[in-house]
Design a protein around this ligand. Structure first.
Ligand code: GAP
Length: 461
């Protein structure tokens, strides 16, 4: 039987907390909406996702340059990029409580698709359908709300000291375009890549880590000759799919490629395609791909007075390159991976919950157990096996807490693909063997210690 969406999300949120993946931000103070903290297994899962991304999109390519730009940037960056003028969501205010709500969310909840609607059209539909706020009151006309977090740099709080926490990592790449050209002299096409935090003062953070106010992005700005944009766009679309399915092991049938109509595209984009995913709360945007043309480099050339054109040795022409931008939200990928892996089944006549992670993303790949915790010979041997594996494999833990059944259940909930148990046979027999228990089937097999490392390495890829 299919679980209710909300019930399933509650179980995922609860497991994430219970097992040390994700906690509410500032929890002991009642929480800060739209912020989440990652615990040890959340950090490990996140690191696995970001490392796989960096490997595919940076390390395994010859045309990509890594950058780590500052989060605080000159206010003119955001004027040039169009974010000061236009990085906004449609908002209505409850006329009695003054609480603010996303107009497009209210429309969606009433079964109206807000895609492509202007602000006036949204207001018209809200009036026509007599849509109220969640408190049942009338709402204001729809207006824009700028989502950037504003702050001041330095001791003076005047207009000149205004800065913003970056709402996308992308601009940190555009403003370093000239630095990379001057120091590395790359030939077109080439790209700049970055992983880092971004901040958006979302009106309605919701759905756990899906829509948050402090997020992490993995972005590429890939520069091409203007005539080459289409082929590059197709290349990155295919790469995004491969990353999701081959690297992260996401279920292909839950991934949907969606063309974004002009009215819904960001102001800088001439063509956008999103990868959407079947989350427990519905099919939603997971990551994006945009053809940003020469918009950003042109804008920064105009606003900074620095020439960001490129001299093409091959064609002997000087021009502003066009840009393809693959963009990925780390938190949304984490949620996709966790919700896709979340499985409830029966094993040995008992109900169990486990995370069916692909070994590539599993925070713990192998857990090593001594069968009993009060037998020094078992503990010594288990420690020896644990240290041997840990030297070669990232994500190996030693666990002697509770009986074997409890340890299996704990490792299942963390999504550990392999548990290795050291028993009396292991220490007594000349050809020492261990028991390997497989997470998904619960099946067990005996493997020689001398073959163990190769066995595990082959299985985890
Ligand atoms: N540089 C382009 C850009 O930022 P975007 O579609 O606004 O484009 C890119 O964001 C990705 O960042 C999204 O596909 C999503 O994965 C993630 N993202 C955006 N806003 C988010 C939020 N409030 N919470 C979590 N992830 C978010």
């Amino acid at each position: 039987m299919k679980k209710e969406r909300n019930e399933l999300m509650e179980e995922i949120v609860s497991l994430s907390k219970r097992r040390g993946f994700i906690y509410q931000g500032s929890e002991i103070y009642g929480g800060l909406a739209g912020t989440w903290d990652y615990g040890p297994y959340g950090v490990a899962l996140k690191n696995n996702i970001t490392s796989l991304w960096w490997k595919r999109f940076v390390d395994d390519r010859d045309d990509m340059y890594g950058v780590d730009a500052a989060i605080l940037m000159h206010q003119n960056v955001w004027k040039a990029s169009g974010h000061v003028g236009g990085f906004a969501d449609p908002l209505v205010t409850d006329v009695k409580t003054n609480k603010r709500y996303r107009a497009d969310h209210l429309l969606e909840e009433m079964g109206v698709d807000p895609k492509g609607m202007t602000l006036d059209k949204m207001t018209e539909v809200i009036r026509e359908k007599k849509i109220k706020s969640p408190e049942g009151n009338d709402v204001s006309d729809v207006r824009q709300f700028n989502m950037m977090f504003k702050t001041h740099v330095g001791a003076l709080e005047d207009d000149a000291s205004i800065s913003y926490l970056r709402p996308e990592t992308a601009q940190g790449l555009f403003v370093n375009f000239k630095n990379i050209i001057d120091t590395f002299h790359p030939k077109l096409p080439f790209g700049l890549a970055q992983i880092g935090k971004a901040f958006r003062n979302e009106i309605a953070p919701r759905d756990f880590i899906f829509r948050v106010r402090e997020l992490e992005q993995m972005e590429i700005e890939y520069f091409v000759r203007p005539t080459d944009w289409k082929g590059t766009f197709e290349h990155f679309l295919a790469q995004q799919k491969e990353f999701l399915t081959k690297d992260l092991g996401l279920n292909t049938s839950k991934i949907h490629v969606v063309d974004i109509p002009e009215a819904d595209r960001a102001h800088y984009s001439k063509h956008s395609v999103d990868h959407e995913f079947d989350f427990p709360f519905g099919q939603k945007e997971l990551l994006g791909l945009a053809y940003r043309t020469d918009f950003d480099l042109k804008q920064h050339t105009e606003h900074s007075g620095t020439d960001l054109s490129y001299y093409d040795e091959e064609t002997k022409e000087r021009f502003i390159p066009h840009c393809i931008e693959p963009t990925f939200g780390v938190g949304r990928l984490m949620l996709a991976v966790i919700s896709d892996a979340y499985t409830v089944d029966e094993l040995g006549g008992e109900k169990r919950t486990y995370l069916k992670f692909a070994p590539s993303v599993a925070p713990v790949k192998v857990a090593v157990f001594p069968l009993l915790k009060n037998k020094p010979q078992l503990i010594d041997k288990a420690q020896e096996v644990f240290k041997m594996l840990r030297k070669e494999i990232k994500g190996v833990v030693f666990d002697d807490n509770g009986n074997i059944g409890k340890r299996y259940r704990r490792q299942d909930e963390i999504g550990t693909p392999f548990c290795v148990t050291i028993d009396f046979d292991t220490v007594e027999k000349p050809e020492a063997e261990v028991t390997i228990r497989h997470r998904d089937t619960g099946e067990q097999e005996r493997v020689k210690i001398s073959d163990l490392l190769t066995y595990i390495k082959t299985k985890i890829g």
